[in-house]
Design a protein around this ligand. Structure first.
Ligand code: BES
Ligand code: ZN
Ligand code: ZN
Length: 506
């Protein structure tokens, strides 16, 4: 994991592989962003014009490398685009800083040390640069034997010095600590998502949670198949019935002696979604190891809350199962008796996420938390609606939905509020059971949300985040987002816990 340091050092004297500077787009062409004045001066104030000659324009995601000025200990200057220059009385927003830092860190993979001379006005800006650098410096090479050969190895950038920051300032130090805990746990969530499903089944995921619980003082309880049968978790058992690897329900409890609020996070943890007997066609199952991204996000958020010692109680519920077809699998037409006592007719075994979540939501409701938030790669319909970078927010409380939307915006996780139109409920009427696990095809993401709502305890504030689009990046890397598992919703959950701890939540 990349080490971060706060530094007041001059760029010229730093022993590093590269100095990173920010450039922005203005009406008058490219400009060098604040923080890099000394570097620009060493080029006789010509850095902007040199970069323009090299074709740079300052756009987001752009990188230009050039030899460092004479007298510099570092050999290279890397100019990274920040996008448009802010208006005169404004500063670069946190997301531009995160993205630029992420692009720089990713570009510098294989290097040992870089000094970032980016526009940092205050501790919060330093936190944004730190977060972007840590999230950008991610790679998943655990299964690449070729990468273990030193010649081919491109290890993530090992160290980042944040220039122009205050090493002894409490606020700066707190931001670095926060970014480090969040960055490490979010990257761990990405690792879990990227781990192939033959190595990460429900039992293995539960073991990872138990180990982390020990390390960070979180109480972890694992319900195995026997306990699930005893408890009557028909939804989780029904989905796991076809797999040789049995399902689990994991409860992570982080408690603070100073807490007066309690949040429950619930994650969909299908370690592989083949569709079950309603088998997915080829072309739709190659990335379905990502179907536990919700549980990975919940796990990472609870551990981060514990590491930051937030003054709020946070319970994480990981609903883990592998959805496979076999002679013991649930069939379309079967009826499951759920934990809540409701019966569900399974019309499509590929709509399995809502079944495991229903049990976990009902169980989480028993503790009457102040709010429940579930995270799930739930529907292809949400990807059709919002694309691959934006998650959908549904809720039984409009103010809460707005709050989550604001938080998502603040942390740099694009999201959009979606409705739960009650007329779609009747499409799930079943001739045999209380409800079917499928309804109208149109608005499929909202239908899934309405199904979940039935299992949330009376009077409990609840939000559902459908992250099927942004959880797994099938395209190339961008900003601080790598290819593969992204860690979507981790930062929303952590900020929600922070706001709740600070008493800022309704
Ligand atoms: N895991 C999928 C949803 C998904 C799709 C996640 C694409 C990530 C990317 C989910 O279990 C599923 O298969 N949903 C079905 C529901 C349908 C059968 C009602 C879907 O969306 O097609
Ligand atoms: Zn499915
Ligand atoms: Zn699924």
């Amino acid at each position: 994991m990349t080490a971060l340091t706060l530094s007041t050092a001059a760029a010229s004297g730093l022993r590093a592989d590269a100095i990173v500077v920010g450039v922005a787009k203005s009406d008058k062409g490219l400009v060098v962003a604040p923080g890099a004045e000394a570097v620009d001066k060493a080029y006789d104030g010509k850095l902007a014009s040199v970069l323009e000659t090299l074709g740079a324009a300052g756009g987001e995601g752009e990188v230009t490398k050039l030899p460092a000025p004479s007298g510099f200990k570092a050999p290279v200057v890397l100019a990274v685009g920040l996008g448009p220059l802010p208006e005169e009385d404004e500063v670069f927003d946190a997301e531009s800083l995160r993205r630029a830092a992420g692009v720089a860190a990713r570009t510098l993979a294989g290097a040992k040390k870089a000094a970032f001379a980016l526009p940092v006005e205050d501790a919060e800006d330093a936190g944004a640069v730190a977060e972007g650098a840590l999230l950008g410096a991610y790679s998943f090479d655990a299964y690449k034997e070729s990468a273990k050969d030193a010649k081919n190895a491109k290890a993530p950038l090992a160290e980042v010095a944040l220039l122009g920051t205050k090493p002894r300032d409490k606020a700066y130090k707190a931001e670095i600590e926060r970014a480090t805990a969040l960055g490490e746990e979010l990257n761990r969530a990405r690792d879990l998502i990227n781990t192939p499903p033959n190595d990460l089944n429900p039992e293995a995921f539960a073991a990872v949670a138990q180990a982390a619980g020990k390390e960070h003082g979180i109480k972890v309880q694992v319900l195995d198949e026997k306990a699930l049968v005893k408890g009557g978790f028909g939804g989780i058992l029904g989905v796991g019935a076809g797999s040789a690897a049995g399902p689990r329900l994991v409860k992570l409890s982080y408690t603070s002696s100073k807490a007066d609020k309690h949040l429950a996070f619930v994650g969909k943890g299908i370690t592989y979604d083949s569709g079950g007997i309603s088998l997915k066609p080829a072309g739709h199952n190659e990335t379905m190891k990502c179907d536990m991204a919700g549980a990975a996000a919940v796990f990472a958020a609870v551990v981060t809350a514990a590491r930051l010692k937030l003054q709020v109680n946070v319970t994480g519920w990981l609903a883990l199962a592998e959805n496979m077809p076999s002679g013991s699998a649930t069939r379309p037409g079967d009826v499951l008796r759920m934990y809540s006592g409701k019966t569900v007719e399974v019309l499509n075994t590929d709509a399995e996420g809502r079944l495991v979540l229903a049990d976990a939501l009902a169980k989480a409701s028993e503790e009457e938390p102040d709010a429940i938030i579930d995270v799930a790669t739930l529907t292809g319909a949400m990807v059709l609606a919002l694309g691959s970078r934006t998650y959908g927010i549904m809720s039984n409380d409009e103010a809460f939905r707005t709050e989550i939307h604001e938080i998502a915006e603040e942390v740099g996780e694009p999201a959009w509020p979606m409705p739960l139109p009650s007329h779609l409920r009747k499409g799930m009427d079943s001739a045999t059971a209380d409800i079917a696990n499928m309804g109208e095809r149109m608005g499929g993401g909202l239908v899934a949300g309405l199904f979940l709502q039935e299992f949330v305890g009376e009077g409990i504030t609840w939000a559902h985040l459908d992250v099927a689009g942004p959880a797994f990046n099938e395209g190339g890397p961008f900003g601080y987002t790598p290819k593969g598992g992204t860690g979507s919703a981790v930062r929303t959950l952590v900020r929600l816990a922070e706001r709740t701890a600070a008493g800022e939540l309704g």
